[in-house]
Write a protein that binds this ligand. Structure first.
Ligand code: GRF
Length: 203
């Protein structure tokens, strides 16, 4: 199963995916890592693992459509079965999302449908939530709104800050994202008409 990973930053989720794919029994193979930022540390992680990298700077393109068209071309050169957003901080055009429909995953640092968008940890604290976490979902045209695949839930402690929550949520992300990608690579996970399906059962 050929996987292309899109990043913009540190790439700690990418690292978890690289480590997971390196396990002998995992059919996921990371074919390439593409970043919209030349200084993304995830590019170094990919190079250290011998994975092809590419940088497409969105600022060099005249608008989202042109950028996404170039992204699709770069991605499709690797004939991906799955495209994984791992801290890719660009909003995608409908054309891009449709092109990869059913083979595009994202991870988001909240218990969706709560807290789409940014600053999720502070928003969970401000709301006084007893639980917080992260979600893997198929990407649809609605930002952070596609069908859920898997979530990790953790309790919010009275002395938690946005930073302490972010750290613990990140650790959970590194567990559930490789799991979801592995399910997909094994042919167990797919997007059905009513939502995500695992082993033929709705999630
Ligand atoms: C993660 O918190 C992820 O949920 C969000 O972007 C962050 C990426 O972190 N979409 P990293 O680059 O994988 O360390």
């Amino acid at each position: 199963c050929n996987v292309v990973v899109l990043i913009s930053g540190s790439g700690s989720n990418l690292q978890a995916l690289i480590d997971s794919a390196a396990q002998g029994d995992n059919p996921a193979r990371i074919a390439a890592v593409i970043s919209n930022r030349a200084d993304a540390y995830g590019l170094v992680r990919a190079q250290n693992a011998g994975i092809a990298t590419e940088v497409l700077d969105h600022k060099q393109f005249d608008g989202r459509e042109a950028f996404d068209a170039a992204m699709m071309q770069a991605i499709d050169a690797h004939q991906p079965d799955l495209v994984v957003l791992a801290g890719f901080m660009r909003i995608l055009t409908p054309g891009f999302v449709q092109h990869y429909s059913g083979r595009l995953l994202n991870i988001h640092p909240s218990l969706l449908p709560r807290y789409k968008g940014l600053h999720t940890h502070q928003r969970a604290l401000d709301a006084g939530d007893a639980e917080h976490g992260c979600s893997v979902h198929f990407v649809t045209e609605e930002l952070d709104g596609g069908p859920l695949v898997v979530q990790a839930v953790l309790p919010v402690a009275p002395d938690d800050t946005a930073d302490s929550l972010a750290r613990r949520v990140h650790q959970q992300e590194h567990q559930i994202y490789p799991l979801a990608v592995r399910w997909f690579a094994e042919g167990r996970l797919r997007l059905g008409a009513q939502g995500a399906m695992l082993d033929g059962e709705p999630l």
